[in-house]
Design a protein. Structure first.
Length: 183
């Protein structure tokens, strides 16, 4: 009878193993890599401004931990331990929403930088090319005032000849930023 029990226990053991085949084996190295990635994501959360952090979907525990890490002196060992704790909290959560929100923030930052560089190029074109660049810019942005752009162009030329402070240079950039940003 005990042999019968032994065989049935063995069969049950193999049944459990067969059922566990659906679970994918993850190596210790892979687990460490995932943990490091989550810790980096946690550090990125800690480095966000409070306004940006408010846009990220976090539960109360994780939000409190991130805010605590922001208050800890970064040179102390407690900061490192707090980052590890944030990584540990994130391992038990679905971080897809957090990653999506972080990607959205990064994309907004890139768009802002691209717009800034486009304004710089427009300003430089006005300074270097004069009326031709002003005409192209007005065609692209009809809200711009041609007379004002020409005035800035003349003032910048005078400032450069006198080696004066680039006041009109900055004013032209601000004008372009105000008018083009409103469109």
């Amino acid at each position: 009878m005990s042999e019968n029990n032994h065989h049935s226990e063995e069969e049950n053991l193999f049944d459990d193993i067969e059922q566990d085949d659906d679970v994918e084996f993850v190596s210790k190295t892979e687990l460490k890599r995932q943990s490091a990635e989550l810790q980096k994501l946690g550090e990125a959360l800690v480095n966000l401004t409070p306004a940006h952090l408010a846009t990220i979907p976090l539960d109360d525990d994780l939000r409190d931990s991130v805010e605590l890490a922001q208050r800890i002196n970064r040179k102390k060992d407690g900061y490192r331990r707090q980052l590890q704790f944030i990584g540990k909290l994130m391992r038990g959560r679905d971080v897809a929403d957090i990653e999506a929100a972080m990607a959205k923030l990064a994309h907004q930052h890139q768009q802002t930088n691209a717009a800034f560089h486009a304004l710089e190029k427009a300003r430089d074109a006005i300074i270097n090319e004069g009326d031709d660049a002003i005409q192209r810019l007005i065609e692209a942005h009809p809200a711009l005032d041609r007379q004002k752009l020409r005035q800035y162009h003349r003032q910048i030329k005078k400032e450069r000849e006198k080696s004066a402070a680039p006041k009109a240079f900055r004013e032209l950039f601000q004008y372009l930023k105000e008018v083009i940003h409103e469109e």
